[in-house]
Design a protein around this ligand. Structure first.
Ligand SMILES: [Zn+2]
Length: 361
């Protein structure tokens, strides 16, 4: 079995200066598409499931699906990650069902929509870190609330996301507070807010530094050179995928995502995990719309799900190549959870604080 923890995978990515896309999963077609792409380019993978995905697919089915993918592709390290855990119980039950990594998103309260006080975030994240590290699983925390710097609004993803309008002080992670947060919680990876948002409608124009604050990543990496940074809402929303949907009866208003070059710039500054869901959703939807538009009489699900898988596989493969993930799977030997637990207990994996980038080099 080739399950790997997020911590081990991102430590490897940091050592070799690459990033790993984290693709969301809800069903078998998406799982197969991700692994076929990974297998084609020898890339390690992060598969993540939101609370919505767990409810949709059922924990038992998801567990069986991941077990099957591990069995089919024993040479590909697979990290199974909980996306946007809202409380301790969500994270604990994820680990119970074979997840090797969880995100405790304490930037919002347990309702998944109310921006939470900093102290709450530290407390709940630390509780999950303690629990997860006892069994060797990894934890991603979040500091700052994800939302658009253009509008001050968030976009709900599977029911998760704030309501109303926030100021830039909450929508941009404070680098000084990030240091304090990592020290206090000992998270393995840190999601930061810098203008990306969930869904397809991230920007109303090609983003510049005013609405996509890459400088925040650089400042945080300067102060926390050993912390793995995570970019959420980082689909690129490619024009060709919008066009396929709209040419075949779709009605998506023109929109812009996060350009791949900006993500590549992030990878140079400590970004190791890049969350991508919308691009894959769009690829599948465009392919399905095309089949229906061209063959209105078609009613065999395989006839449209197969092209959907092909389209998603193409996107996944592109990201593995663009982020430098390709070629590394065969060079990683996954460390079991029990051994990771011993590494945490020994203090070997404690967060390294107080080393600036210059001093570390
Ligand atoms: Zn997210």
């Amino acid at each position: 079995m080739a399950r790997i923890t997020l911590r081990q995978l991102l430590d490897h990515a940091a050592e070799h200066s690459y990033g790993v896309p984290a693709f969301n999963i809800n069903n078998m077609e998406q799982g197969l598409a991700i692994l076929e792409a990974a297998d084609a380019v020898d890339a390690p993978v992060i598969i993540q499931a939101s609370r919505g995905a767990r409810a949709y697919a059922n924990d038992i089915v998801l567990k069986g699906l991941i077990d099957s993918l591990c069995e089919m592709y024993p040479h590909i390290p697979i990290c199974m990650h909980q996306d946007h855990g809202n409380n301790e119980a969500t994270c604990a039950t994820a680990i119970q069902h074979g997840f090797t990594s969880v995100m405790m998103d304490g930037s919002l309260e347990a309702d998944g929509k109310t921006p939470a006080p900093y102290d709450y975030n530290v407390r709940v994240t630390k509780a999950v870190v303690d629990m997860a590290h006892w069994v060797g699983a990894s934890v991603e925390g979040e500091l700052g609330v994800l939302g658009s710097l253009e509008t001050g609004m968030g976009e709900k993803e599977d029911g998760h996301g704030f309501e109303g309008k926030l100021g830039h002080d909450q929508l941009l992670t404070d680098p000084g507070q990030a240091v304090d947060f990592v020290k206090a919680t000992q998270v393995d990876a840190l999601a930061i807010a810098m203008g990306t948002s969930h869904g397809a409608y991230k920007f109303t124009r090609r983003p510049d530094g005013d609405v996509l604050a890459m400088h925040v990543i650089e400042e945080i990496h300067q102060r926390l050179p050993n912390t793995h940074l995570v970019m959420h809402g980082s689909s690129s929303v490619p024009q060709d995928l919008q066009d396929v949907i709209n040419r075949h009866g779709g009605q998506m208003p023109q929109t812009w995502g996060v350009p791949v070059e900006e993500i590549q710039r992030g990878i140079k500054h400590g970004v190791r995990k890049i969350n991508i869901d919308t691009d894959n959703r769009m690829a599948m939807t465009g392919a399905i719309r095309k089949v229906f538009a061209e063959n209105p009489g078609e009613f065999d699900p395989r006839k449209y799900l197969k092209p959907a898988m092909d389209a998603m596989r193409t996107v996944c493969r592109q990201r593995f190549e663009e982020f430098g993930t390709a070629g590394w799977a065969g060079k990683i030997t996954p460390i079991p959870l029990s051994a990771m637990a011993r590494r945490y207990a020994s203090g070997e994996l404690a967060a390294k604080i107080g080393i600036t980038r210059q001093a570390a080099e």
